[in-house]
Design a protein. Sequence first.
Lengths: 259, 377
Amino acid sequence: MTVPGLSVRDVTVRFAGLTALDGVSFAVAPGTVHALIGPNGAGKSTCFNVLSGLARPAAGTVRLGDTELTRLAPHRIAALGVARTFQNIVTTAGTVADNLMLGRHLHSRAGFTASALRLPWAVREQREHLARAREIAELTGLGPHFDSPVELLSYGDRKRVELARALCLEPRVLLLDEPVAGMNAAERARTAEVIARVRAELELSVLLVEHDMGLVMRLADEVTVLDFGRRIAHGTPDEVRRDPEVLRAYLGTPREGAA
Amino acid sequence: MSDRRPRTPVRTLLIALVLCVPPFYLDAFWLRVGLFSVAAAIGAVGLSLLSGTAGQLSLGHAFFLAVGAYGYTWLAGEPGPGLPTAVAAVLAVLLAGAAGGLFSPVAGRVRGIYLGVATLALVFLGHHVLLTADSVTGGFNGRSVPPLRLGGFGFTAGEPELTVLGVPFGAEERLWYLALALLGLTWFTARGLLRSRPGRALAALRDSETAAAVLGVDVARHRAAAFVVSSMYAGTAGVLLALAFRRIVPDYFSLALSVDYLAMIVLGGLGSVAGATAGAVFVTALPLLLSRYADQLPLVAAPGTADGAVGPTEAARFLYGAAVVVVLLHAPDGLHGLTRRLRDRFRAARRSGPGSGPHARPSAPPIAPVRPEEHTP
């Protein structure tokens, strides 16, 4: 399976007079980690919503390989191999296993009739997918919690449940919205390690929104910087770090006559 | 989980055996209470799947019960096509499912309280049709229900004459076993659904539609399917009710019936098959028992007396109304959650050993989260 590139071209999103994204373009090269950074309100999450089909852009296109995504429903985009996590944890009730099995939804076929009658092939299918979900739980460090209810897990573990659930889709493009926000240093290091490992082992492209610059600089191959819905910089982590526009957006302009 | 697995079939078999005994010891009244309770349980499991698991409020359950009950009566009876009764029963269930399917363009788009209001319209519409379509429904006076026949065996007294272990098997005794079989089928299918792919997708819809959609769940399709499946359970319950009543009238299938079903699933615990069954037995059996023992109970008047006292039906409504309030305040996960917590506490006490006793550990079982998005009445 080849990993297609994701290209965003001139995407504009308006919410009743507010322009959340203004002609933003960038491309995620196959198999790379691309970071999307910017101050709060820069339009990063809106951009994710466009990519996963939750928001419709007023103009512009999003292409995965040759497929146009902007007119597709979210579940169709997911079926093309685009998985995402949310900035605020969105898990469903039940155990870690239940959540990960939901991530296997697209890869399994058992419908209402087969499941209600517990047809042998449906039972077998469920068992196979449970085994794969357990593998992914081990990969993301959730192995010991596999049968625990999600609401009893720590914040960091619940964020990892979201990551593992997205991985259960066997995505070709993984969208991570602040995967380490609110985590302590040890949890951050562990999640960063998981992201680096899945990228290497599962051959996927990652688009990452993150405020933790250490993590961005370490993981990202390319960085796009947004501010007030516009792209203000683009390049390798080192280039972006020295860009005067970026420094201004993050630190502000020194006031005249400030002591 | 895994350590309980091997014992489950044994336990199921034992429960099934115990449930087969009552016709030999109980009279027709108790069997009728059982029949109505089982029918309600089947319907309640269907509603629990829709409102508890998929999070869609439905006030239209009475309508789908009516489709099942009248569908069977018309298909098997005269006037009507007069089909073999077994075929009519299956078709009536499918008809209820089809009615749910016809409603799915609405059910797939509207959610929460708005869906509740939309389904409310179904009840009024259904009631009106039942009263006016005389040739099919028999109008205000209803229709008598043709008894079910399977091969040469009729679910009514004397077709053929049957005496088992000295107990003559009349309609109630025979229907009891039919009801048990249907309840078993309901439990098997509903639990199968809940524990596999479609059940997880429905629960995801309830907890977060956005998350479900980005994980590849077709939201509109699953909402519609939940409605169809729930209607089919309601249809099955309707057929069984019709057989137990022997005569069906439009006034039974009113809004109050829909509300009764909501009370059942709230009492039992939303989204749980066992809970829905327990809630159904409570809500169904209570008014029947109060009527039976009205003369021995304080504050409850015998049925038919009109001296301002509280009748048994009203008394039952008060009681389970109070029960709903108590459950919502103190055990939002219903009887099912309550028993699970008691069981966990019991296990924890046993595990902590004889030396420490149950008071040694702080008795703080995980409090079930109250899900804000659930629409409980």
